[in-house]
Design a protein around this ligand. Structure first.
Ligand SMILES: Cc1ncc(COP(=O)(O)O)c(C=O)c1O
Length: 428
């Protein structure tokens, strides 16, 4: 019995389902990771993996980047979490605001908190109730976002969640990403009640799904026409494609934006940015309550600042290229093995779907053979490649991945895919 299998027996006893976040579970048992450096992680059995899950997104510089480690180490010696205002929060706050060209920022402890509070802010600001969200869009695990949500929610086939009062779910209308006419119809019916549209500008929790030309601008125009706020959830996309937001590249500005993951350098974090005219409605200057004991804690702040300092001078085209090479090679390997597949990629985020159809929406993503993806995932794991552990998650490439690591990954993946294909043939 492996160390991970043994450890998981204990975890099953002490945690519901053996985990502290559902996407961490996969059959037959998840591997326990004890260390990581750059593009590689090591498990409790001392096996090494090339990592493409990368902590579900924060580690764009790879694991335990020395600048981040040094910065945190220094900070914890001074103080961990005073629960007071501090210089470190100013430092990171200013760096983010400069990069994304916004007036104000409020830090939270997670992306979930950021999207939960931004929805309250939008409703408080324009005194309306209804929120429009994308089917398969994931904004964390709170009541407003767990309606036709993605990520683990999609993996486990739960369209929503028990425990969400109808009074809450009835205020959230799920719509289809990239389907502007459908969204326009809803605006025509409910326009005056719609507080905000919230969307990941690139969907990252139904696999990777790119916005089609004109879709984000269409959302912007509808929001303007009906007086609703446009919220982009950039928890995954913020600082992922360049030193700033995705919306800057897309040329479509949201009213309010949420961030997380990368901006915390691997420590827990979330943030909301926007114009002071809206942001000042947060308490204590306004009447929309939002708070957190650990919000703006200097350890997360220092980790984020260190990460952004490194990112500022990174050449993002380097990881774009590596990701392109990797995805193209994976799709070739799948084709050679007789497995129908299609891939979506933007910058360093990618996913392959096991279907011959293009994937432009959540419903098209669900056409993929998700159990086959998990077979490939498990085989890759046994060959030392840690992919995102679910068809509806995103794979990431970091600045620590080198051309040699990508080559090694492709070799291991060809072997894994061929084995899965061979096993399937035998079973038939
Ligand atoms: C787009 C998006 N928003 C919000 C969240 C929630 O962030 P957190 O897990 O930090 O609460 C996630 C998490 O994966 C996400 O992908």
């Amino acid at each position: 019995m492996s160390a991970s299998e043994k450890l998981f027996e204990t975890s099953r006893r002490i945690f519901p389902g053996g985990v502290n976040s559902p996407v961490r579970y996969y059959d037959p048992f998840p591997i326990f990771i004890k260390s990581g450096s750059g593009a590689k992680i090591r498990d409790e059995d001392d096996r090494e993996y090339i990592d493409y899950c990368l902590g579900f997104g924060p580690h764009i510089l790879g694991h335990s980047h020395p600048s981040i480690v040094n910065s945190i180490t220094k900070q914890v010696k001074d103080i961990i979490s005073p629960g007071t205002v501090n210089r470190a929060e100013q430092e990171l706050g200013s760096a983010i605001l400069d990069a994304v060209k916004e007036d104000q920022i409020r830090f939270t402890n997670s992306g979930t908190e950021a999207t939960m509070h931004v929805i309250r802010l939008a409703r408080g600001y324009n005194k309306r109730k209804i929120i429009i969200k994308m089917e398969g869009g994931y904004h964390g695990s709170h009541d407003y976002s767990l309606i036709k949500s993605g990520s683990g929610n999609l993996t486990f086939g739960v369209p929503s969640s028990d425990g969400i009062p109808e009074e809450v779910s009835s205020t959230v209308i799920p719509v289809s990403f990239n389907d502007l006419p459908q969204i326009e119809e809803i605006f025509k019916l409910k326009g005056k009640e719609i507080a905000a549209v919230i969307a990941e500008p690139v969907m990252g929790n139904a696999g990777v799904i790119l916005p089609e030309d004109g879709f984000l601008m269409g959302l912007r125009n509808l929001c303007d026409k009906y007086g609703a706020l446009l919220i982009f959830d950039e928890v995954i996309t913020g600082f992922r494609f360049h030193y700033g937001s995705y919306q800057q590249l897309a040329g479509v500005k949201a009213d309010l934006t949420t961030y997380g993951k990368i901006i915390g350098g691997g420590m827990p974090i979330g943030a909301i940015t926007g114009p002071s005219e809206i942001m000042r409605n947060f308490s204590p200057s306004g009447k929309v309550y939002e708070a957190g004991t650990f919000a703006g804690n200097p350890v997360s702040m220092k980790a984020g600042t260190a990460a952004l300092e490194v990112l500022r001078s990174e050449d993002y085209s380097r990881i774009d290229l590596l990701t392109d090479t990797l995805l193209t090679s994976l799709l070739n390997a799948l084709e050679n093995a007789g497995i129908k597949a299609t891939g979506n990629r933007i910058g360093s985020m990618f996913q392959f779907f096991l279907t011959n159809r293009k994937v432009r929406s959540y419903s098209e993503a669900t056409m993929s053979d998700a159990p086959l993806y998990m077979d490939i995932f498990r085989e890759a794991l046994s060959n030392g490649v840690f992919l995102a552990p679910g068809q509806y998650e995103t794979n990431f490439v970091s600045f620590s991945h080198t051309p040699d690591i990508i080559r090694e990954t492709v070799e291991r993946m060809v072997k894994s895919i061929d084995k899965v294909s061979e096993d399937r043939r035998k079973r038939k």
